[in-house]
Design a protein around this ligand. Sequence first.
Ligand code: ADP
Ligand code: MG
Length: 700
Amino acid sequence: MQQYLQQDIQFLPGVGPKRAQLLRDELNIGTFEELLTHYPFRYVDRSRFYTISEVTSDMPFIQIRGKIFGYSTIGKSRGKRLVADFRDNTGRMELVWFKGAKWIPENYPVGKELVVFGKPTVYRRKLNLVHPEMEDPEKKHVVSSRLQAVYPTTEKLKDQYLTSKAISKLMANLIKGLPVKFEETLPAWLLQKLNLVNLDTAMRQIHFPDTPAQYKRAALRLKFEELFYIQLNILQGKSIRNRHFRGNIFEKVGDIFNTFYKEHLPFELTGAQKRVMKEIRSDMGSGRQMNRLLQGDVGSGKTLVALMSMLIAIDNGYQACIMAPTEILAQQHYKSITRFLEGMDLKVALLTGSVKKSERIPIHEGLEDGSLKILIGTHALIEDVVQFRNLGLVVIDEQHRFGVAQRARLWKKADLLPHVLVMTATPIPRTLAMTLYGDLDVSVIDEMPPGRKPIITRHSFDSKRLMVFGFLKKQLALGKQAYIVYPLIRESESMDYKDLEDGLESISRAFPPPEYQISVVHGKMKPEEKEISMKHFVAGRTRIMIATTVIEVGVDVPNASIMIIESAERFGLSQLHQLRGRVGRGADQSYCILMTGYKLSEEGRKRIDTMVRTNDGFEIAEVDLKLRGPGNIEGTQQSGVPFNLKIAHLGKDGQILQLARDTAELIIAEDSDLTLEKNHIFTRHIKKGDPGHIDWGNIS
Ligand code: ADP
Ligand code: MG
């Protein structure tokens, strides 16, 4: 069987060398097995017909029965296309082809009854189907099952007639040629317990189901297997780590912590901060190495939690460090931490790439003799010359920008593995955290410090711009400042700059100088120009800041309480949330206004509605994950999802993931090395879902 599945795809009947090359280049399919796991992304029920009057552009692939009343060719050169006037008893629509102009009218003559099949779209207010599939209703469907699987394909493949239908035919050839049944990858006891279909049935029915129930059960089984092996792998690694790697035991909370808590802390901790501190203290006192992810929206008070954790380390005779991804972030941490510690006799230093050699010497000395207790810095911290006397706790800010290897280098700096606290302000949905950071325990600060007013978010259509300007005028009269943001998806494209320039012009007209002064910041400006423009706004000399998304990070102007986002439908959800986070930093009521045109896609509308409904970064991240899939979640992009999911979708399959996690936990709890007879099958397949996980053996 393995031999059959490992064969080069070119030997599959219907493929050959030329198509094999294409499949390899376009879809990464090089073997029979890789074709087999090229799963359908939907099924179409071709037993149902729609009438043209029912059709809307929101619909997925549908089929319609009707007649072509005439062909015409319109447009020039690259825009040239063949258009058919297609009608049924209820209405008319256009069928459009950008190529094939000759053979289509020959094969599908005017007046002949046809079945057309495609995804409805709207172009210039007219409904159409672009490159529809067409069939003679008298002929039998090519694929015999009632439900037809639809496979991902590409334009290039379609050019060579490797359409979804063609892929389906290849799949049929592959399955026909199978020498034996698929070898099971899950033990019978587990299939029975969870009521899952066996692999052989699942593989056949995922591609050729007779009923929706069949493909649903097949998908459940295959998704479960995929997620289960990832979880099993993660949890086994974690179990090994817990058993074999001791951690420093921080048993006491001493003078330094208590002095800070009682005499220096200027406010009460929030309930969430207290809860998280308890979790961290219990980890650090357990004798195991802490590996904890601390999540909390911007401003939720993570830095303070990090600081107090470091004070516990120092109370127990250890040093601590914070590693930040950028120099600016490191400086911010340094500033706020030295401010918190004012009046306490604790040595803290900042080490970044721009710290001069001469200034480094005392830092290195302080680290080696143990007098320097807290080091804050960037990548500079992981250089080999940086040696600690006794590093007990590492705090990593915004972990997604640090690779696993870099984390490992930090750990080398101590005899026993230091405790690790990873902080992130990118809300990561639970399901994703469980998989991406499955080796970490997760703490969440889900409560903001008191006294902050939630931002009021409204959606407004472009046609209501005058009203929005009126509102803005009133707010400016109260002394407030405002951001107006334009989308620049690609900063280099001049098309987008036109939006910004037009906007600037109309705003300058509505808010003329000298009464109103405006700052402009965008990605094409030189850094110095940006800086100057920004400074004017920060100082309050300008009241309106017109900007592109460059203001997403780093700007902090408490007096700015209005955020207007133009063409808001063009932004991703987490980007909108980050942008909105620029206001609501002072004591005033803040507002966020999302401007859009009347035409909104279903997805665009969902994004806007979500923003209006909630300020909760986690809820927004959940919706984002559902809409876009995990690969595109901001913040995880850089590191990428460390494994390649073929069928499961982290956003949509949360329940299956939970089931996979729970199941793996039970198995590892009972049999952590998977040595029991009934679990043997796991050890054979565990590599399958290898999430590129950390080789703990290398870093001790
Ligand atoms: P984060 O790092 O999560 O973005 P910070 O730790 O920078 O948040 O905290 C944001 C601001 O809130 C800081 O000025 C901090 O001093 C303040 N802060 C933190 N915790 C509290 C609290 N419990 N009560 C009031 N203010 C707090
Ligand atoms: Mg912070």
